[in-house]
Write a protein that binds this ligand. Structure first.
Ligand SMILES: CNc1ncnc2c1ncn2[C@@H]1O[C@H](COP(=O)(O)O)[C@@H](O)[C@H]1O
Length: 333
């Protein structure tokens, strides 16, 4: 099966984690020439064949390196366009890209500017491409309530321009999710869709945390790894959309075992809509076509089952009915 040509939906992709190493390298080359950086070459920092970042080495990569390199307007535009092109080239027909609003004071960029700049890139890309993209704004678990509320306000401010939801992400070892109650309630009151990184690591999978997160009424949840039985039952009963990221979970050793041991096999039987997703293709190196190929190989799905799986994600997108209809027409049966 030609997995690249298969029209696919990507619902769990972090912008800064989706930047290819070549793209980072190009930015670095330009900055080096202008003597604007003392950072190591991205191709040395993140060698081409190194994908086994565990959660301890993964999160610092952003604050220590990627955010330091991509710290001005031109790199934000360049990386956003490059990420959009990569998804399009991989046969993605609908993308929900997520990002944490980031102010860059040294370049005079506010969080508002950051979101506006990305939306401008998305809007231009949407106008000239068969892939349609919407944006999700992330709250980082490190944030305090006022920062989280700021994210919701930005989502409200930009909802007419392509922001369709908010996300809770970040290092699962950090923070108390109860901090964000008011922010999620605020989002729900205004019908902003919610997705949440859920049961990603043992520390973030206590019954207390998981029931708290479910009380925020998420529309989708991501990763969904270490889930106790009663919580599983609740998820199935609600038919929540599931964003499952196979390669990320294997490379980062977030699951025990390998591809064939992934919890995709369990959730597949439940009737919850599943969106296979890449998470951070720039870091873990497996594009969405490859994720479908891995699922076909390790779970023995035939062509019809792969098409059904890909189409199943339509029901759980945050885009509108018109977009769902477009996808129903173009996705393979
Ligand atoms: C293992 N998977 C993951 N789990 C939790 N959070 C993740 C993540 N992958 C990425 N992020 C979150 O996304 C940010 C980078 O993209 P943006 O700057 O927002 O575009 C990271 O700093 C982290 O908070």
């Amino acid at each position: 099966m030609d997995f690249r040509s298969l029209p696919k939906i990507e619902l769990h992709a972090h912008l800064s984690g989706s930047i290819s190493r070549d793209c980072l390298h190009n930015i670095w080359l330009q900055k080096k020439e202008r003597e604007e950086t003392t950072l190591e070459d991205p191709l040395i920092e993140m060698p081409a064949d190194e994908f086994d970042y565990d959660l301890d080495s993964f999160f610092p990569l952003f604050s220590r390196y990627i955010y330091v390199l991509c710290n001005d307007l031109s790199s934000l535009i360049y990386t956003t366009n490059s990420v959009l092109e990569d998804f399009q080239a991989d046969g993605v027909v609908y993308l929900e890209l997520r990002t944490t609003p980031r102010a860059i004071p040294s370049a005079n960029i506010t969080k508002h500017d950051y979101v506006q700049t990305i939306l401008d890139c998305v809007s231009k890309f949407n106008a000239s491409s068969s892939m349609k993209t919407n944006l999700i704004l992330s709250i980082d678990r490190r944030n305090d309530l006022s920062t989280a509320l700021e994210v919701v306000d930005l989502a409200l401010r930009f909802r007419g321009q392509g922001v369709v939801g908010i996300d809770l992400c970040g290092d699962p070892a950090v923070g108390d999710v109860a901090t964000f109650q008011q922010a999620f309630e605020h989002a729900k009151r205004h019908n902003i869709k919610i997705t949440i990184h859920f049961a990603e690591a043992p520390q973030s999978s206590t019954p207390k945390e998981l029931w708290k997160l479910l009380s925020y009424n998420p529309d989708r949840i991501g990763h969904v790894i270490n889930v106790p039985d009663d919580v599983k039952e609740e998820i199935v009963q609600r038919r929540l959309g599931l964003e499952l990221c196979l390669s990320c979970n294997v490379h980062a050793r977030m699951i025990t075992g390998t591809y064939s041991d992934h919890h995709f096999g369990w959730w597949r039987e439940t009737g919850c809509p599943i969106a296979l997703s890449t998470d951070d293709v720039g870091v873990f190196g497996s594009n969405l076509s490859n994720e479908y190929a891995l699922i076909a190989e390790h779970f023995g799905l035939d062509k019809k089952e792969i098409c059904d799986l890909a189409r199943g994600a339509i029901e759980t997108i945050f885009g509108n009915e018109k977009e769902k209809q477009r996808l129903r027409e173009i996705m393979w049966k």
